[in-house]
Write a new protein. Structure first.
Length: 160
């Protein structure tokens, strides 16, 4: 076989490979575009942007007032207040429903509302020997489906 003939030979498999590659690229692009157009891609809920302030009173009442300062409106059923001690809200009749994690709605006397700027809730520890001074309080948002959550803000007591 002559070396010049090898380099000058135009008959090869490259046109077939080129066609196969073009078909493969077209199929992949169609699948990706179809996924986005039909909405089959996973859509995750994003946590709302919100800022909360905490006003702690370490008197004999030992309570923490939590106020939504800024950000979008949030459904009160989607906000949980979690601590290391059982808590209840001042809007409730008593500490009968106290637990370590409560929804904003539950702490507000089971009144469901949108939590907007200026909305507040006050929490108290349920036990006489319990205090919020050595606790960390977290405001946790959970999406409607319950599949994702995010801590929006946290507060640590003066002794935590």
């Amino acid at each position: 076989m002559k070396l010049n003939q090898l380099f000058a030979d135009d008959d090869a498999v490259s046109p077939v490979i080129g066609v196969i590659l073009m078909v493969a690229i077209t199929v992949i692009l169609a699948a990706v575009i179809g996924t986005f157009v039909l909405g089959l891609g996973e859509q995750t809920a994003t946590a709302p942007q919100a800022s909360f302030s905490f006003d702690y009173n370490q008197s004999s009442a030992d309570y923490l007032n939590i106020t939504h300062e800024s950000g979008g409106a949030i459904d009160s059923d989607q906000l949980n207040i979690t601590t290391g001690v059982s808590i209840y809200g001042t809007a409730e009749a008593g500490s009968g429903n106290a637990s370590k994690s409560r929804t904003w709605t539950g702490l507000n006397g089971d009144t469901q509302t949108d939590v907007t700027a200026g909305t507040s809730v006050t929490i108290l520890p349920s036990g006489a020997s319990e205090t919020l001074a050595d606790q960390t309080v977290r405001i946790v948002w959970t999406d409607e489906a319950g599949s994702s959550s995010a801590t929006l803000q946290r507060w640590s007591g003066p002794n935590a």
